[in-house]
Design a protein. Structure first.
Ligand SMILES: [Zn+2]
Length: 515
């Protein structure tokens, strides 16, 4: 793990890209398929427990067997204490006062949104308590663990699984892989983990098995081809037929039945070697899943895709016309996409897409409007968020206005005092000429609506009316010892508030422009 409490891996040799540095036999994988715990539950109980929680219970089962577990060697390499993931920050028995302070400081931030997602996925604290109650009598009492497991035991294994498990293949699903999880995380990783995911879904076999449709047969070894005495033959499964024959042959060699760690970027002897646990993960998500944040990405990417709003944060569900407003928003988003089909065309059309110089940004293609209610690291507003605000304000736009409104805002944005020189005079004049009084009124309303959104978001967080520099002072004043979680929480809060502060300043000025 990235905090200094766990094991780390250092290079003794130069790592050359493409080189395989570690082969882990598939038989070492710990998953719901390889430990008997899941099978000891009734079908109905098992079906109600999501895979991550079930894997946690399977791990607990193995822990309780002690030296009799076939994973005993691996289990001893795991941290003895709970990993302090954000879902546990409110549990005093685990994270103490530091956790309580941290929990208070992430209110209203992306961490809160992540915790909501975890609850929705069925492995929030309350869910885990229920799984504990439903299964505690199923765990055998062993010489090593003579008492039934406690709720804290369940939280312990959950914290390990949350921070270490990953999707291995269609057979195992989420699983723990000894050795692979000792590498610490860094977004700029040195090694990556490779797993063949075309295994048999019924038994996890990599070579052809009894569940397969057979495509044909081939000699087991290349040099057997053309020999007269009958060569040893292998059956080629349908699911393998996309692979070159020599690769298929290698799968029949048991020593090749491994998960491989391959060098991605060069490293030198003495250097710590990093793997990546996931790319494009926001700090909020990292805190929730891993219990630490990757400070190597500070400044860029700490918000992941950006600061996100939920539909309900923008459009008041209690409003009489809520459904109608939501519908209008969706059709505005669709109309906008039709008006500005490809990013390259849009930039020609509007002279404002992309780059840090615009007020707006277009989210990645294929992201649905409800997942694109975002502002990014540069405080740029995603168009679906913009149209959500205009819809909630029940403003109707003609097609011409749909193009003119963002353009006018962008022109005004470039005219702001600390933005001078970014836009040509002619753009500005042209934009102004095309604006009627009614349009200016709409612009005023929209700017106010967007501004309120940012103000409300800030207000929901800790010390909502304080400046970012005040929060930074708080962070500087915190001593390192005993405040690890509080520091992490403040780092996350500052990263979000910094962006909100910039966004608020811009939209405040814009609203003034159209007074
Ligand atoms: Zn099979």
């Amino acid at each position: 793990m990235a905090d200094s409490s766990g094991l780390r891996i250092f290079a003794v040799d130069v790592g050359v890209p493409q080189q395989v540095v570690c082969k882990i036999p598939r038989s070492a994988i710990l998953s719901n398929r390889t430990t008997p715990f899941a099978d000891s539950l009734s079908r109905s109980t098992r079906s109600q427990i999501p895979a991550i929680a079930l894997l946690s219970l399977s791990l607990l089962y193995e822990f309780r067997l002690g030296p009799k577990s076939r994973y005993w060697g691996y289990l001893q390499s795991l941290p003895r204490r709970h990993v302090e993931i954000a879902p546990l920050w409110g549990v005093f028995a685990i994270t103490g006062e530091d956790g309580q302070s941290a929990a208070e400081k992430v209110k209203g931030t992306g961490v809160e949104a992540e915790l909501r997602r975890i609850n929705k996925d069925g492995h929030g604290l309350e869910d885990l308590r229920q799984y504990h109650q439903a299964t505690q009598d199923v765990f055998p009492l062993t010489e090593f663990s003579p008492q039934p497991p406690s709720y804290l035991d369940v939280l312990y294994v959950y914290s390990l699984v949350s921070s270490r498990a990953f999707q291995v293949d269609v057979y195992h699903g989420a699983a723990l892989v000894p050795l692979a999880d000792i590498f610490n995380h860094q977004e700029l990783n040195n090694v990556c983990f490779e797993s063949d995911d075309f295994v048999c879904e019924s038994c996890g076999s990599l070579p052809t098995c009894e569940h397969d449709e057979i495509e044909g047969t081939e000699p087991r070894h290349a040099d057997q081809e053309g020999e007269h005495e009958s060569p040893e033959m292998i059956k080629i499964a349908d699911r393998l037929s996309h692979l070159p024959l020599e690769v298929i042959r290698s799968l029949f060699d048991p020593s090749q039945n491994t998960l491989d760690l391959t060098v991605k970027t060069l490293y030198e002897p003495g250097q710590e070697v990093f793997n990546t646990y996931g790319e494009g993960m926001s700090w909020a998500k990292q805190a929730c899943e891993w219990g630490f944040i990757d400070v190597s990405i500070e400044g860029e990417g700490v918000l992941g895709h950006g600061l996100k709003w939920e539909v309900g944060d923008i459009m008041n569900r209690d409003k009489e016309h809520h459904e109608k407003i939501k519908k209008a928003w969706k059709s505005q988003c669709k109309m906008w996409t039709d008006l500005t089909p490809a990013p390259s065309n849009a930039s020609v059309k509007n002279g404002m897409e992309g780059g840090g110089d615009s007020l707006f940004f277009t989210p990645e293609e294929g992201v649905s409007p409800k997942d694109a209610l975002l502002i990014n690291d540069d405080a740029q507003v995603a168009f679906p968020l913009f149209w959500a605000v205009t819809s909630e304000l029940e403003l109707a736009f003609s097609k011409q206005e749909m193009l003119a409104i963002p353009q006018a805002l962008n022109a005004a944005f470039h005219k702001l005092p600390d933005r001078q020189g970014h836009a040509g005079e002619t753009d500005d004049v042209r934009a102004k000429q095309s604006l009627g009084g009614a349009t200016r009124k709409k612009l005023r309303e929209v700017s106010g609506g967007i501004l309120r959104l940012f103000e409300n978001r800030s207000a929901r967080t800790w010390q909502g009316d304080a400046s970012t520099s005040f929060l930074c002072d708080q962070l500087d004043d915190l001593s390192d010892s005993g405040h690890r979680l509080e520091r992490m929480a403040l780092e996350i809060l500052v990263s979000e508030r910094r962006v909100l502060e910039v966004a608020r300043a811009v939209w405040q000025d814009l609203r003034k422009e159209f007074q």
